[in-house]
Write a protein that binds this ligand. Sequence first.
Ligand SMILES: NC(=O)c1ccc[n+]([C@@H]2O[C@H](COP(=O)([O-])OP(=O)(O)OC[C@H]3O[C@@H](n4cnc5c(N)ncnc54)[C@H](O)[C@@H]3O)[C@@H](O)[C@H]2O)c1
Ligand SMILES: [Zn+2]
Ligand SMILES: [Zn+2]
Length: 345
Amino acid sequence: MKAFVYGGPGRMAVEDRPKPEVRAPGDAIVKMVQTTICGTDLHILKGDVATCSPGRVLGHEGVGVVDSVGAGVSNFRPGDRVLISCISSCGRCDYCRRGMFSHCTTGGWILGNEIDGTQAEYVRTPHADTSLYPIPAGADEEALVMLSDVLPTGFECGVLNGKVAPGSTVAIVGSGPIGLATLLGAQLYSPAEIIVIDRDDSRLEVARQFGATHTINSEVGTAAETVMTLTAGRGVDTVIEAVGVPATFSLCQDLVGPGGIIANIGVHGQKVDLHLERLWSRNIAITTRLVDTVSTPMLLKTVQAKKIDHKRLITHRFELARILEAYDTFGRAASTRALKVIITA
Ligand SMILES: NC(=O)c1ccc[n+]([C@@H]2O[C@H](COP(=O)([O-])OP(=O)(O)OC[C@H]3O[C@@H](n4cnc5c(N)ncnc54)[C@H](O)[C@@H]3O)[C@@H](O)[C@H]2O)c1
Ligand SMILES: [Zn+2]
Ligand SMILES: [Zn+2]
């Protein structure tokens, strides 16, 4: 089969690989139908993710058809159409029973990281019963690819951890696919204001189309002052960091109002300063989270009921044979205006 393989920092190739086989009773082999590229895949290609070794097939998102299952799989049969979660969970360990699937002792974020992933014709998915979801009848499968990672990430790490509430004020720093997915999820709770901040005007324009009440280009250098003006000098109730660099986490600390929450989503590769000398008295909270994908069943119902228009995140489509072109397009998002690129296997 064809597979997209990480070859070490800055190196990637489409290679011929043997079709994966069931190794453990809980495994399923899924024939990929559609997958996509995540900002985290770009982190891997830069060499930022130590757990991902050269030779790894990348990809942790997608939809497909079950090809075969191990003897211990009871929820799925060959031919079933499934959504693949970016997080594998056994459903039984201590962490899984607390709903913290991201820290499953035999799972977590392993696909396309510690084991071969979904940017291939077939993928082996461990703990299939609790890591795959049946695709509802009549669903738009391509759009469901947004439920493998981006929608649950924005919703759990941003909206839920940030306690977005009716009438509240929200700032989202970062208007990439994750920031935009957070913007879509936040609107389920009817906050009064959602201010989106980025340094890319075309992404800010998309944020306005997706429901941001205000957008600010942070390159101007006055984002914090503008937010203070918009909130009568108070700062916002929920600040969501959706970039993952020191400058943006620092900005979040300038935007949070008394009693507010900074909900971090970004994957950080460098140390970041925490200004407790200013924040200690402001009754704030800071949260971090690796997506658990516990909200996936709920989000599936929400998108089926058309309460979230997640298909708008898809901007480009490629065949698997042209995945290098897909990476190039996604990697140059500022000029190509790419958000999520769909890759058809
Ligand atoms: N916590 C989790 O479980 C989880 C899951 C998935 C992704 N992530 C992380 O979320 C982050 C966002 O993902 P994405 O796919 O949207 O990434 P992306 O790179 O597509 O988008 C980042 C956005 O930030 C903007 N930006 C970059 N530097 C900036 C700066 N200094 N000031 C203002 N804006 C700036 C860019 O213009 C871009 O629009 C990444 O760090 C990704 O690894 C975390
Ligand atoms: Zn991801
Ligand atoms: Zn577990």
